[in-house]
Design a protein around this ligand. Structure first.
Ligand code: 5GP
Length: 193
C-alpha cells in the first residue's frame, strides 16, 4: 500500500537495529485518514471472505480495528485485554503471549461471551514480528470454537518468523506493508508489496 509505505519512509524512525517507531501516525498519534484508507484496503483484500467480527489486542490495535470494522458493515470489534481487572468477566479465554518489544510474557484475555461457535473472525494488529501476539489471538478464537477467517497486519517485519508461524496454523495473512530489512537506520520494503 503506497500511501502507508510513503508515510513510513517520511515519519518512521529506526530504533536500534530491529524496531520501527511509527508513533506519529500509528502507535501514539493516529492518522485517521490513513486508517480509513487502510480499512478500505483490508476490505478489498478480504472482500470474498466470510467475516462477522474483528478481534484485536490492546492498545495499538483498537484504533485501526475500529476503522476497519466500518468498512465491513460496522461489525463488532473485540479487543483482547492484557490486564483482567475487577470489571472483567470471570469466564475468559486466555493465552500467554511473549512481547518482543517489552521482553516479557503476559496473558491476553477475552470474555467467553464475545467469541462463539459460528464466528468468522478477522484478526487485526499493527505489527507482525515473531507472531506471538497473533498466535495468542488465534488460540483464543479456537478456545471459543470460532474460526479465524484471516489476519490483517499493518506493518509486517518480513525478516522475522511471524508469517510462517501463522501460516503453519492455517491462517491467511494480509499485510499492508512488508519490510524486507532494516539496515543502517533505514527500512527497505519487499518489492512485491
Ligand atoms: P510479535 O508478537 O509478532 O512478535 O510482535 C508484534 C507486536 O510487537 C505488535 O503488536 C507490536 O506491538 C510489537 N512490535 C513488534 N515489532 C515492532 C516494531 O518494530 N515497532 C513497533 N512499534 N512495535 C513492534
Amino acid at each position: 500500500m503506497d500511501l502507508l509505505k510513503q508515510k513510513i519512509l517520511e515519519e518512521g524512525q529506526v530504533i536500534g537495529d530491529n524496531i520501527l517507531k511509527v508513533d506519529s501516525f500509528l502507535n501514539h498519534q493516529m492518522d485517521v485518514e490513513l486508517f480509513n484508507e487502510m480499512g478500505k484496503e483490508f476490505k478489498n483484500r478480504f472482500k470474498d471472505t466470510k467475516i462477522n467480527k474483528i478481534l484485536t489486542i490492546e492498545a495499538s490495535g483498537i484504533g485501526i480495528a475500529t476503522i476497519v470494522a466500518q468498512h465491513f458493515n460496522n461489525i463488532p470489534v473485540v479487543f483482547a485485554k492484557k490486564i483482567s481487572g475487577s470489571n472483567m468477566d470471570k469466564e475468559t479465554y486466555t493465552s500467554k503471549v511473549y512481547s518482543f518489544t517489552k521482553d516479557k510474557t503476559y496473558n491476553v484475555n477475552v470474555s467467553k461471551r464475545f467469541i462463539n461457535k459460528g464466528d468468522n473472525i478477522l484478526i487485526i494488529d499493527d505489527f507482525l514480528a515473531n507472531g506471538c501476539a497473533a498466535c495468542g489471538l488465534i488460540d483464543v478464537v479456537k478456545q471459543g470454537s470460532g474460526k479465524v477467517s484471516g489476519i490483517g497486519i499493518v506493518i509486517e517485519k518480513g525478516f522475522q518468523i511471524g508469517r510462517s508461524e501463522l501460516e503453519k496454523r492455517g491462517a491467511r495473512v494480509e499485510s499492508l506493508a512488508i519490510l524486507d530489512k532494516i539496515e543502517d537506520g533505514k527500512v527497505y520494503f519487499k518489492s512485491q508489496n
